[in-house]
Design a protein around this ligand. Structure first.
Ligand code: TGC
Ligand code: FAD
Length: 383
């Protein structure tokens, strides 16, 4: 799906990366994803496989185990992974943007050397704890506390709806200290008082584990506190990176739905003709192609701005909001093109649709991103 020849705007390295991730998704994800999603299980060794193809921390410099790639490459990797399933992209984007990015950006040299190479290979699995039971869209209200205690701190509180919590080895967790400043800490699963109950019975992202991060007076040594951050700017700048990746990822899910619907419409006959010959079905397909193309151009331009450090948080919000909504609309229309066939796991559409119901909520809801745009263009905060 490349209606505007966006491929011509990519360099040979981008194309190579895109094609290699696409190959991985076709060989290692597509054949098994329905089964794992149906059974609500995570794919065994997924993180190591993602590490093996360079999908974890691709923009992190090579000296810390990353691939030293640019933002366009990161976006393309997210797009191809979500062509497989949002759970696969989620795994890679949490590890890359929400765990490796803050350690790289706000961590000490010792922390970078200790954690980043193992996160890049998938030998360590990371989680990101910002959302709390009482604070989702308003993370600044967080209640999790970090209180000084001897050579370190005591961490108390709970984070909820956390991707990979039940299987994480470490978690980057945000809490307020005694002065009310927002601090980031690296919690280790082995720490006493740290538990990660799983959130069960999800209808969405079923091939990904979600859970809580619960801290009961957990001792955090000083060397596990990120030294270079003490405000909400810290966690929010991680979100910029993840939201950017999601704007690309959503395009991948939309392309899979569109391609599936297009092929089905050409093959399925009713009233003696392929259903693709009916204007109503062509309208659906033509609108899907148009909306995907617009989203591709938005993300392509955003990648260029981001690479030059010129992408504003509000520009990133616009792309995340637009592209995820677009993908959800494409999934809903595509499912209808398949009629009853659209509801079974033989086709990927319903799985993408259900996943996208999470994607439109996490990393800032559809409403929150609209309000961010509203604030940016009017100068008035309507939260
Ligand atoms: P506000 O007072 O506006 O700002 C506080 C300070 O932060 C600065 N700031 C940002 N900095 C960097 N990047 C951004 N995007 C920033 N947005 C704001 C701001 O300039 C200010 O700095 P200073 O120096 O003046 O103090 O903050 P607020 O508390 O009013 O909240 C603003 C709001 C609502 C936009 C923000 O809190 C928000 O984005 N809420 C949505 C929460 C959210 O997105 N949570 C995501 C949790 S992680 C997740 O969902 C992972 S899912 C991953 C997966 O599985 O793929
Ligand atoms: P709420 O904030 O309670 O919002 C409920 C509704 O109210 C929404 O429609 C919202 O748009 C609306 N609303 C809220 N405020 C306003 C306002 N000012 N004006 C108008 N409408 C408003 N979080 C993490 O920290 N780490 C993770 O790894 C992570 N992974 C997740 C994985 C999944 C599968 C899911 C579903 C969520 C995950 N989250 C994670 C949490 C996610 O970021 C939050 O769900 C999201 O930020 C919204 O918070 P909430 O669910 O508490 O909704």
């Amino acid at each position: 799906m490349d209606y505007y020849q966006i491929e011509e705007l990519l360099n040979p390295e981008h194309l190579l990366i895109r094609d290699s991730i696409r190959e991985f998704v076709k060989s290692d994800i597509k054949p098994i994803i329905d089964q794992y999603a149906q059974e609500h299980k995570e794919i065994p060794q997924l993180m190591k496989k993602l590490g093996g193809i360079g999908a974890l921390g691709p923009f992190i410099p090579e000296e810390y185990g990353g691939a030293g790639l640019d933002q366009m490459a990161y976006g393309l990797i997210m797009q191809e992974l979500e062509y497989g399933d949002s759970a696969i992209r989620s795994a890679a984007s949490v590890q890359s943007s929400l765990v490796m990015f803050p350690i790289f950006t706000f961590g000490s040299e010792e922390q970078k050397k200790r954690f980043l190479p193992q996160l890049a290979t998938g030998d360590l699995i990371g989680a990101f704890g910002l959302t709390e039971p009482n604070h989702g869209s308003d993370p600044g209200g967080m209640e999790t506390k970090l209180i000084a205690d001897g050579d370190g701190y005591r961490l108390s509180g709970a984070k909820m709806w956390i991707t990979n919590a039940p299987i994480c080895d470490i978690a980057v967790v945000w809490a307020r200290d005694e002065e009310g400043k927002v601090r980031g800490v690296i919690a280790d699963r082995a720490m006493e008082g740290f538990t990660t109950p799983e959130t069960l019975h999800k209808w969405s992202l079923r091939a990904s584990k979600t859970g809580e991060l619960v801290f009961d007076q957990v001792f955090i040594p000083k060397e596990n506190v990120l030294p270079l951050v003490n405000s909400m700017k810290g966690p929010l700048s991680c979100l910029n990176s993840a939201r950017y990746g999601i704007s690309w990822g959503a395009i991948g899910a939309a392309i899979d739905c569109y391609e599936t619907a297009l092929q089905y419409a050409k093959e399925r006959e009713q009233f003696g003709k392929p259903i693709a010959s009916f204007q109503l079905q062509q309208k659906k397909l033509a609108e899907m192609a148009t909306e995907i193309t617009k989203a591709q151009l938005l993300s392509w331009r955003l990648a260029t701005l981001k690479e030059q450090n010129r992408a504003t948080p509000a520009q990133i919000s616009m792309a995340k909001r637009n592209n995820v909504h677009m993908a959800l609309q494409v999934a809903r229309e595509a499912r209808q093109v398949l009629g009853a066939m659209g509801i079974v796991g033989d086709f990927p559409i319903m799985r993408h649709m259900m996943n996208l119901e999470s994607v439109i909520t996490y990393e800032g809801t559809h409403d929150v991103h609209l309000l961010i745009t509203g604030q940016d263009i009017t100068g008035i905060n309507a939260f």
